[in-house]
Design a protein. Sequence first.
Length: 381
Amino acid sequence: MPDAGPPPATAAAAAPAAPPTVAPVATPAGPRRQWHGNILIPLTALAAAGAIVLLFATQWDRWVGISVRQVTDDAYVRGDITPLSAKVEGYVTRVAVNDFDRVKAGDLLVEIDHSDYQARVAQAEADLLGAEAAIENLKTRKALQHAQVAEAESAIVATQADVERSKLEAVRQRDLLATTYGTRQKVEQTDAEAKRFAATLARNQNELDAQHRQMAVLDTQELQLRADHKAKAAMLDLAKINLGYTGIVAPVAGMVSERGVRTGQYVHAGTQVIAVVPLDTVWVIANYKETQLTRVAIGQRAEIRVDTFPGVAISATVDSIAPASGSQFSLLPPDNATGNFTKVVQRIPVKLRIAPDNPLAGRLRPGMSVVATILTDTTPP
């Protein structure tokens, strides 16, 4: 097939070509707006976080304080643990209880050999009887002395009568001497007799004074003997008290601890022998943060849950609030006036009185861990 050759030229091909149209390049509309958007989001989040932190830092204590249920697990059962010690020394003759026995008030726990103390009681009784006998003897002497005083007084009365009679007789003999019926010898005899009776009266008066002084001496001796009698009676009471101390009894009903002594052991005064824990009079000490006590008041209702008995809630009442934080009762209270300071929230002990009709009565032991809740919306009575 023959070659067709080049295509025929057209009018359009013959015309000069038009320059191509270039679309304008779009300039970025907002680099600054994009930068603002990228930085604004973190700043907003940071400001919100700061506001939240500031709100929590300034209002957290208020939120905690106004909470209706104030809860703490820093709480424990407490009780009157009574350690019993020996008041007198001696050998232990009997330990009447075993470890952890239940006892009643007045039950014998430990007995110390009392033979020495019984002998001291007998000796004190004998001394007291001797003092009583001395007082009785003195009473007899005083009765005799009263009789002697009365005798001396009677002698004075009789002598005074003789003195008066002799004086009258002397006057009468002088009157007779002036007549022919009297004699000088008779006058001299009556004068001598009057002087003799006067001397006898003076002697009897001195004797009466001596008898009164002797009575005063006996009265003083009686005071001494009565003081000695009182001292001997006190010694007897002391001997009986010490004899009673040889038997150590339970002061209250409860449960005893592990025994601290055994039969045959020698104990001194002050040696702890055993302890008694009354289980019916326990309470709870809850150590609340100071920020939790804003609305806590004495008399409000509370609820305690003992870790030993899960699921059992016990009713209680706010009995009292400690006068100071626990740190103030420590051996070395903190002194925040020197050095660097770090604020630490303090805890204030709160005593919760357990209802006597609680389901765990008699089963709670001092030292058990407790979760305590105070209902601050309850009105104290």
